[in-house]
Ligand binder design. Structure first.
Ligand SMILES: Cc1cc2nc3c(=O)[nH]c(=O)nc-3n(C[C@H](O)[C@H](O)[C@H](O)COP(=O)(O)O)c2cc1C
Ligand SMILES: CCCCC(=O)C(=O)O
Length: 335
């Protein structure tokens, strides 16, 4: 892991209430997938190309993946995250502790809205309209959560409610209710995705696809992009590392829409590996929470700066391009 990220993580652990730290850090079940997401990067190596004589692009292919409840990490919450963007895209969680309109107003980069489809489609539609009115540039429907993952750390602490004074602000005043809970439902299907696509002109992404067949189905439903993700090891503790699921999805999609990878990205080299395996960008979840808890806006900015610097350095060392033939399995001769 990049040492600056490690330092911010240590500081976050020291300053956060241990119950909130465990909410952010934890995963589902035995936390096998949580560990695997990071370990998967360490099993791969890059074969750089030399003497390519190229200008190195300064594009930074990183997004901030949606994470809930930033005001648990820092009093400024999502406002601090949004201010730190300087061009990076923030996918703002539907479960933000600041209303989406205020997140967008504070943002120094594009903001996309992450949505858990609510079984009451009138509620879903109001949320979509809020995202549109706020000025979000895309919608990201999370599809890996027909039910909540069971997080043993939260269960052990009895943590299931936000502390007094903090609320999922986007859930206020919806369909006649002052404050609604976010619902997950096994009844959500591609038909709901179609209805959302029909109700808005915003580009519609799906997040949480692991099976290549689902990626192909998603294309048939007109998605603008796919996030390969296992929710940071927080949903099903039987799935592969997100990175290991990436190549098959990339092959199935065959360049028709962008594919983003999140889960376990902890350094510029990890972003490079994801790109070499065909992702158009990588996403980060927890590192942003550690930066935010450690030092608010400045902490998030440091996370983004250090990852940008490290990624561009790796890219230069690789000759300015990243392709799948440059990825080999570490410790295996001739692969
Ligand atoms: C504390 C926490 C809250 C999260 N909340 C959401 C959420 O509200 N919506 C969502 O789609 N994903 C959510 N995720 C998953 C992230 O978007 C992302 O997939 C994951 O964190 C990536 O892994 P990483 O943390 O290893 O970078 C959450 C993850 C964490 C750690
Ligand atoms: C309703 C909040 C959902 C948060 C979430 O997705 C997670 O903690 O992984």
């Amino acid at each position: 892991m990049n040492p600056v990220l490690a330092e911010l993580h240590d500081k976050a652990r020291a300053v956060l209430d241990p119950v909130h730290y465990d909410f952010f850090a934890g995963g589902v079940g035995d936390e096998v997938v949580l560990a695997e997401n990071e370990a998967a990067f360490g099993r791969l190596a890059l074969l750089p190309r030399v003497l390519r004589g190229k200008e190195i692009s300064t594009d930074f292919p990183l997004m901030i993946s949606p994470t809930a409840f930033h005001r648990l990490a820092h009093p400024d919450g999502e406002l601090a995250t949004a201010r730190a963007l300087s061009g990076t895209t923030l996918v703002s969680s539907m479960a933000s502790t600041v209303p989406i309109a205020d997140v967008v107003a504070a943002a120094t980069g594009p903001v996309w809205f992450q949505l858990y489809v609510q079984p009451d489609m009138d509620v879903t539609e109001v949320l979509v309209r809020r995202a549109e009115r706020a000025g979000c540039a895309a919608l990201v429907v999370t599809v890996d959560s027909p039910v909540f993952g069971r997080h043993r750390r939260d269960i052990a602490h009895g943590f299931h409610d936000l502390p007094a004074g903090l609320t999922a602000e986007n859930m206020r005043d919806l369909a006649g209710e002052a404050l609604r809970n976010i619902e997950m439902s096994t009844a959500i299907s591609w038909r709901h995705v179609d209805r959302i696509r029909e109700m808005t002109a915003l580009p519609l992404w799906v997040k949480g696809v692991l099976h290549p067949k689902d990626a192909v189905i998603a294309l048939g439903h007109g998605v603008a992009g796919i996030v390969v993700s296992n929710h940071g090891g927080r949903q099903l503790d039987l799935v592969p590392a997100a990175l290991d699921a990436l190549p098959a999805v990339v092959d199935a999609v065959a360049g028709r829409v962008p594919v983003v990878l999140d889960g376990g990205v902890r350094g510029g080299g990890d972003i490079a590996l994801a790109l070499a395996l065909g992702a158009s960008a990588a996403g980060i979840g927890r590192p942003v929470l550690w930066g935010l808890a450690a030092d608010g806006e400045q902490g998030v900015r440091r996370v983004l700066d250090v990852l940008r610097d490290e990624f561009l350095h790796v890219l230069a060392l690789c000759g300015g391009e990243l392709t799948r033939d440059m990825v080999v399995v570490r410790g295996v001769a001739g692969c």
